[in-house]
Write a protein that binds this ligand. Structure first.
Ligand code: CA
Length: 228
């Protein structure tokens, strides 16, 4: 049985492009051109995933994220124009899984969808406990981190930060989400902590910390651990 995806986008060209690309990948695709239409479809029969445009004729994508998150964990991937940075952060903090800036490639969209589906998998899906990419290996079960086979020694905070990223590998995490998770909810404004510890982690994990391949910066939004 193919997974049903709801594409919410008022731009006719982008909607058609996404629809045909997803259909080609074997997804069953449903489309909505407005917030109200999307809300009705989600209520009537929730899809396996929502691809959501931010600016819709009758409201903001954020409203749909908030409405969906009141009762469901179904994955939501946001597509937005580049200038909508602050809105993107609000969406991610409200529970959207990831975002793509326009123009985006279909390959990027499919990669983000795969990660979101994996992370929101059923309660029976095992939690992510290991991460391997290129020369980096992380095992959360044994708390071991190696680079090119050599053990990497991390402080407890560095490890907590890396573990948080590993559990969401491939997915963007906002500054607020990382700070709340690693330092606690009262530290969500302390972005300088994050900058400092991210620099330390990069120095230990990246071959060239100035050009990170693992710990990627999502400008103005947060960080992402590269996954594929
Ligand atoms: Ca739009």
């Amino acid at each position: 049985m193919s997974l049903r995806v709801l594409v919410v986008e008022d731009d006719k060209e982008i909607r058609a492009l996404v629809q045909s690309a997803l259909a080609l990948e074997g997804f069953e695709v449903q489309t909505a051109v407005s917030l109200s239409e999307a809300q009705a479809l989600v209520q009537h029969s929730p899809p396996a995933l929502i691809v959501l445009d931010l600016g819709l004729p009758d409201g903001e994508g954020l409203q749909l994220v908030q409405a969906v998150r009141r009762g469901s964990s179904l994955p939501i991937v946001v597509i937005s124009a580049r200038h909508q940075e602050a809105q993107k952060i609000a969406l991610l903090d409200a529970g959207a899984d990831d975002y793509l800036s326009k123009p985006f490639s279909v390959a990027e969209l499919l990669a983000r969808m795969r990660v979101a589906l994996r992370h929101r998998g059923t309660a029976l899906a095992p939690a992510v406990t290991t991460h391997v990419l290129d020369d980096l290996q992380v095992n959360l079960g044994t708390r071991s981190v190696t680079r090119a086979g050599e053990p990497v020694h991390l402080t407890p905070t560095e490890y907590a930060l890396l573990a948080c990223l590993v559990r969401s590998a491939g997915k963007v995490l906002t500054h607020r989400q990382l700070l709340a998770e690693v330092w606690g909810p009262e530290y969500t404004e302390h972005t300088h902590y994050l900058r400092l510890y991210m620099a330390q982690l990069r120095a230990k994990i990246e071959r060239n910390p100035a050009e990170p391949r693992h710990l990627l910066t999502e400008t103005g939004v947060g960080y992402r651990l590269a996954a594929e």
